[in-house]
Design a protein around this ligand. Structure first.
Ligand code: HEC
Length: 147
C-alpha cells in the first residue's frame, strides 16, 4: 500500500520540476561576446565568487583588514585593470556596464567599511555593506546572460 502511493508521488515530483522550469521564460538579455572574452569573463566570475567566500571567512575570523583587502583588489575599483574591464566593456550593453561599475564601486565601499570595522568591530555594518556587493551580482545575473 505504501509503495503504491509513493510511486505516483515520486513521479509527479520528478516530472513537476522540469515542467515548471520549461514554462518559465528566460527574459534575460543575451549578450554576444567573442569566445575568448566569454572564457575570460566566466573565469573572472568564478574568482568573484571565490573572493566573496574568502571575504566571509575573514569576517568570521574578525580579520576585517584582510576582508577589505580582498574586496578592493579582487572586486573593487582597483581590480578593473586585472579583469581587462576596459576591453570587455565595449561589448556589453550600457545597462550591463553600469551594473558592473556599480558592483566594483560597492566592493570599494565595502573595503572602506571593513577598514573602519577593524577599529569599531561593527560586524553587522560590514555584513550589510557586503550584502550591497552581492546585490549587484544578483541584479546583473537577473538581467543578462551570455549567448
Ligand atoms: C555586469 C554583470 C555581472 C555582474 C556585476 C556579476 N556577474 Fe556573474 N555573470 C554575469 C553573466 C552575464 C554570467 C553568465 C550567465 C549566463 O550566461 O547564464 C555570469 C556568470 C557567473 C558565474 C558562473 C561562472 C561560470 O563558470 O559559468 C558565477 C560563479 C558568477 N557569475 C559570480 C558572480 C559574483 C559572485 C558576482 C558579484 C561579486 C558577479 N558574478 C557579478 C554577469 C555579471
Amino acid at each position: 500500500m505504501r509503495k503504491a502511493l509513493a510511486a505516483p508521488l515520486l513521479f509527479s515530483g520528478l516530472l513537476g520540476l522540469p515542467l515548471t522550469l520549461a514554462a518559465e521564460e528566460d527574459s534575460r538579455v543575451a549578450v554576444d561576446l567573442p569566445a575568448m572574452m566569454q572564457t575570460h569573463m566566466l573565469g573572472n566570475m568564478r574568482d568573484h565568487l571565490a573572493a566573496i567566500q574568502e571575504i566571509q571567512e575573514r569576517l568570521a575570523a574578525g580579520e576585517y583588514d584582510a576582508a577589505g583587502e580582498i574586496a578592493e583588489t579582487r572586486l573593487g575599483m582597483s581590480s578593473l585593470a586585472r579583469h581587462g574591464a576596459s576591453h570587455m566593456a565595449g561589448f556589453m550593453p550600457k545597462g550591463m556596464q553600469q551594473a558592473g561599475t556599480a558592483m566594483h564601486q560597492s566592493a570599494s565601499r565595502f573595503a572602506v567599511i571593513a577598514q573602519e570595522a577593524a577599529v569599531t568591530r561593527d560586524l553587522p555594518r560590514a555584513l550589510g555593506a557586503l550584502g550591497q556587493v552581492t546585490a549587484q551580482c544578483v541584479a546583473c545575473h537577473a538581467a543578462y546572460r551570455l549567448k
